[in-house]
Design a protein around this ligand. Structure first.
Ligand SMILES: NC(=O)c1ccc[n+]([C@@H]2O[C@H](COP(=O)([O-])OP(=O)(O)OC[C@H]3O[C@@H](n4cnc5c(N)ncnc54)[C@H](O)[C@@H]3O)[C@@H](O)[C@H]2O)c1
Length: 396
């Protein structure tokens, strides 16, 4: 695994747990973790359960006793690490968004398709697909329970940078992150809604905003938290730098199955910590998911008797719900980390059975193409902008 902070911890938890919860044909060995700082990565290896550590990710790619490389770094290094790993014949799990540019994403998808022929598997880490209530939502939509889809309404709301003194961490720098709220959390709702609906976004009209354009430089580069003062303890302000990404991104979209959609991704929704909500309205009913109530799915069945109609709250904890037979008795809910264990399970199973796991790098490229269309639309006065096609050589 490369990178050991937020996602590194979540993925490590999944690798530690997966064989203890699920009966799998292969056993995961957590061989080595990589980071840039020797002391920090050594401590992380001990804390997270890795046998060895290194500061050189290339040494991981070169090892014969490593079969899978798990990329948990910021987007500016995804392409280089994933491409080297695939070229060396390693399976790859890469965090989302797949890359920082569509050029990189196209190259990664093409490399993944070439590697498939040699039995090498790759997957992008859109973990919310594997929340059981979301997987159930997809199953119900695919089974026709809501009929023809008319509306998709998706919002991913956070508030961790509303304070203008919050420092300029890597997520606020275009060269490191590619984009802001759009690629970080907007990418999740793009993938989730396309996954659940079975439809792909074909065009968008978009608006982005950067509310705070200049921020204090961080003391140490980190993800969702960092100090905004120098280390002297007297509160001396440190130098500032420009925010080069969006704080918020909104867009309308058309999908190829006839649905129309609204999307909102922001880090300025004061009070909303990780508010991910998706609702889909169809000709026969509706489904709605709210991550703050992640063990539940709302379902409205418009085909029942009119005097009994209303949204039903399905408690998604039954053994016949996706993934849940391996966990706890009905009614004993699961949490944020479980979707990562489900992701690890599905990847290990795909590797063992010789199947191609989803979301593939090509699926993740398609999300990247939507992100790109959103940026182009916002840059051109919200003009209607078509999503570029996936080229034939990487299409499934
Ligand atoms: N699936 C999700 O829900 C989800 C949530 C958060 C982040 N992410 C994605 O995960 C990735 C990492 O985000 P994070 O929140 O864990 O960031 P983070 O800042 O918490 O951790 C990044 C890690 O990468 C390491 N790193 C950075 N550059 C490196 C390099 N060149 N070589 C080796 N190590 C390097 C850092 O030392 C750190 O350990 C990003 O692509 C992000 O978009 C996904």
């Amino acid at each position: 695994m490369v990178g050991y902070a937020f996602m590194g911890a979540a993925h490590s938890q999944a690798w530690r747990t997966v064989n203890r919860v699920f009966d799998l044909p292969l056993h995961v060995r957590m061989t080595a973790v990589c980071g840039r700082d020797e002391a920090n990565v050594a401590a992380a290896a001990a804390r997270l359960g890795w046998q060895e550590h290194t500061t050189d990710w290339r040494s991981l790619v070169a090892r014969d006793d490593i079969d899978l490389i798990d990329v948990c770094t910021p987007g500016d290094s995804h392409a280089e690490i994933a491409l080297a790993a695939l070229a060396a014949g390693k399976h790859v799990l890469c965090e989302k968004p797949l890359a920082n540019t569509i050029a990189e994403a196209r190259e990664m998808a093409a490399a993944a398709v070439r590697a498939e022929a040699a039995g090498i598997r790759s997957m992008c880490g859109f973990n919310y697909r594997r929340v059981p209530a979301v997987s159930l939502m997809r199953r119900m939509v695919a089974d026709g329970r809501i009929g023809d889809i008319r509306h998709i309404r998706a919002a991913y709301l956070q508030d961790w940078i509303t304070d203008p003194q919050f420092p300029l961490v890597w997520r606020l720098q275009k060269d490191k992150a590619g984009s802001g709220a759009l690629g970080d959390i907007g990418a999740h709702i793009i993938d989730l809604t396309q996954f659940v609906s079975g439809q792909s976004i074909t065009g968008v009209t978009a608006l982005t905003e950067t509310f705070v354009k200049e921020r204090p430089l961080p003391q140490a580069s980190s993800g969702l938290s960092a100090a905004a003062e120098d280390n002297s303890g007297n509160g001396t302000p440190i130098a500032t730098g420009p925010v080069t990404v969006d704080d918020a991104a909104l867009f309308l979209a058309r999908l190829n199955g006839g649905a129309i959609a609204t999307y909102e991704a922001t880090r300025f929704a004061t009070g909303r910590k990780n508010g991910l909500r998706v609702e889909i309205n169809g000709s026969r009913g509706s489904v709605a998911f709210d991550f703050e109530r992640m063990n539940e799915l709302e379902f409205y069945d418009a085909t029942g008797p009119s005097d009994e109609q209303g949204f039903t709250r399905i408690l998604v904890t039954e053994p016949d719900h996706p993934y849940l037979s391996a966990w706890w008795p009905p009614g004993h809910g699961i949490g944020y980390e479980h979707a990562f264990t489900h992701q690890a399970r599905d990847l290990v199973e795909a590797i063992a059975t010789g199947a191609d796991p989803t979301p593939s790098f090509t699926d993740a490229l398609q999300v990247q193409l939507v992100l790109d269309a959103v940026i182009r639309s916002a840059d051109h006065g919200s003009a209607w902008t078509d999503v570029e096609p996936i080229l034939a050589e990487v299409a499934a």
